[in-house]
Design a protein around this ligand. Sequence first.
Ligand code: CA
Length: 229
Amino acid sequence: MRILLVEDDQMIGEAIRTSLRQLEYVVDWVRDGGLADSVLQTEHFDLVLLDLGLPGKDGIEVVRSLRLRKVSIPVIIITARDGLEDRIKGLDAGADDYVIKPFAIEELAARLRSALRRSSGQTEPAIQIGDVLINPATHEVKRHDVTVPLSAREYAMIEALLLRPGAILSRAQLEERMYGWGEEVESNTVEVYIHSVRRKLGTSFIQNVRGVGYFIPKPTSTTTSTPTT
Ligand code: CA
């Protein structure tokens, strides 16, 4: 899961990036609102953590510009401005949620999981795909009720595919979701991870469309109830 962190405070940014990397997210960090706006137009991210008071462009303008372009990526505002007016402005501009600094990283992580869950249309906290059960909160993956150890990259790949079950991602799209800036990608990396995940979770867990890419079939959970409106 790849996150764009937009924060101009060096210490806060550093702390958030370190904590989220420990939680195995791919985190890229920019310190300027204008730069955030431009990378969001050219690169794929799964979520934006956005400060409001920023050089270049205000956070509110960054969200507004995303929504004007009809980009539905989840945005969580992280801000010290705890005034009611700012919160309302942020949400009205199209942000999904906010956390007020200082916050516990556990709370930020929980809000992040919840926003990602909503954006993938998934209402249940755990996902069942055939005989595989995935818990996004703990990153625990079980097959036939037995925990299967996965590396951080293997999990990142599964997470990328699970965000839109049934949708095909090309090798390049998977790479983009598994690696941040400055991380070296070897040429056959995706294939290597696909192979090892299939070995651990079964060959039908990740499916291949020759020459196009890979996908994870839609959840088969019998415990998921149809959401009522
Ligand atoms: Ca700031």
